[in-house]
Write a protein that binds this ligand. Structure first.
Ligand code: UT7
Length: 309
């Protein structure tokens, strides 16, 4: 049986940092409100001349280096993004060229907003297990700050920009053990771009806590596992209170949860691979451990992936 294994991770955050105190100067808000309601202290914001494929390129180079492979070995690129460089060509095709890959492998973007990375990881896993790809580059890259109304204090304080990447390779050893994806378009008005971000925060909060708890239980039950089998929960980073609620439901203490929301805000599809890379590089995530990823986003889309590292 062919498995797909993550053999390298990388991430990139734009240089510019915007703190809650900076936001106090442009909108009627304050650090205490933002921090107590969301856990966010600061976020990174892309430069005017930076595009999603540029963020993806930086993260990808680090993942390729960590994996110890040549870029040309990559025969599948998927970028999960809501903020592509342009409507077309896809940011994945632009990235393929920037990486100098000339092997004709497939490249495309995937749009499931904050749920994007788990959707993309599951898709790449299917390509590898189906024998259609051997080495996949899966990225979450977003410039959500370009979709913000900087006069809307209910949304502009929550989001940030960044990119995270993983290299997934066909392997005889277990890697991605199981994935679950769901969507329900009937809730699409709760969180949307029109053309800037609109969110009914309270409704999204409630929905997020409910479906994330359900999906992790569903996935673990299928695997005949429980929360105590999980070494690290790497959740989408939208709000520390949502993360705490999901961990509690799993019976996991917060010291088994990778949290980056304080310094990055909600980076949509980029938040999971950014958090994953952080915990791999600082040595928390180790070979043999069970890692659980989960995310929910506009659509609504939601999903979870269980990985044997
Ligand atoms: O990535 C996936 C999707 N996103 C999420 O998962 C986010 C989900 N939602 C949330 O994280 C939370 O609902 C928020 C952080 C957005 C808001 O927290 P909340 O505890 O639900 O606050 P609220 O929306 O009920 O607002 C409470 C009060 C309101 O004032 P009134 O009506 O009680 O007088 C808001 O107008 O806080 C006010 N408020 C603010 N005050 C200061 C809203 N935004 C701000 C702000 N600064 N930035």
């Amino acid at each position: 049986m062919i498995h797909s294994k993550i053999i390298g991770t990388g991430s990139y955050l734009p240089a510019k940092v915007v703190t809650n105190l900076d936001l106090e100067k442009i909108v009627d808000t304050n650090h205490d409100w933002i921090f107590t309601r969301s856990g966010i202290v600061e976020r990174h914001v892309a430069a005017e001349n930076e595009f999603t494929s540029d963020l993806a390129l930086q993260a990808s180079r680090k993942a390729i280096e960590a994996a110890g492979i040549e870029a040309n070995e990559i025969d599948l690129i998927i970028i999960a993004t809501t903020t592509p460089d342009q409507a077309f060509p896809s940011s994945a095709c632009i990235l393929q060229d920037k990486l100098g890959i000339k092997n004709g492998g497939a490249a495309f973007d995937m749009q499931a907003v904050c749920g994007g990375f788990v959707y993309a990881l599951n898709t790449a896993d299917m390509y590898i297990k189906g024998g259609q790809a051997k080495t996949a580059l899966v990225i979450g890259a977003e410039i959500m700050t370009r979709l913000l109304d900087w006069n809307d204090r209910t949304t502009c304080v929550l989001f940030g920009d960044g990119a995270g990447a993983v290299i997934l390779r066909a392997s005889n050893e277990p890697g991605i053990v199981a994935s679950k994806l769901h969507a329900d378009g009937s809730h699409r008005e709760m969180l949307k771009s029109d053309p800037l971000i609109y969110m009914d925060g309270k409704a999204v909060f409630k929905f997020a806590v409910k479906v994330l708890s359900e999906i992790v239980e569903e996935l673990l039950e299928d695997q005949k596992m429980s929360g105590s089998d999980i070494h690290w929960l790497v959740p989408h980073q939208a709000n520390i209170r949502i993360i705490e609620a999901t961990a509690k439901k799993l019976g996991l203490s917060m010291d088994k949860v990778v949290v980056t929301v304080a310094t990055q805000g909600n980076t949509s599809a980029a938040s999971i691979p950014l958090a994953l890379d952080t915990a791999v590089r600082d040595g928390r995530i180790k070979p043999g451990q069970n890692i659980l990823l989960e995310a929910v986003g506009g659509g609504f889309t939601w999903g979870a992936v269980l990985i044997k590292w």
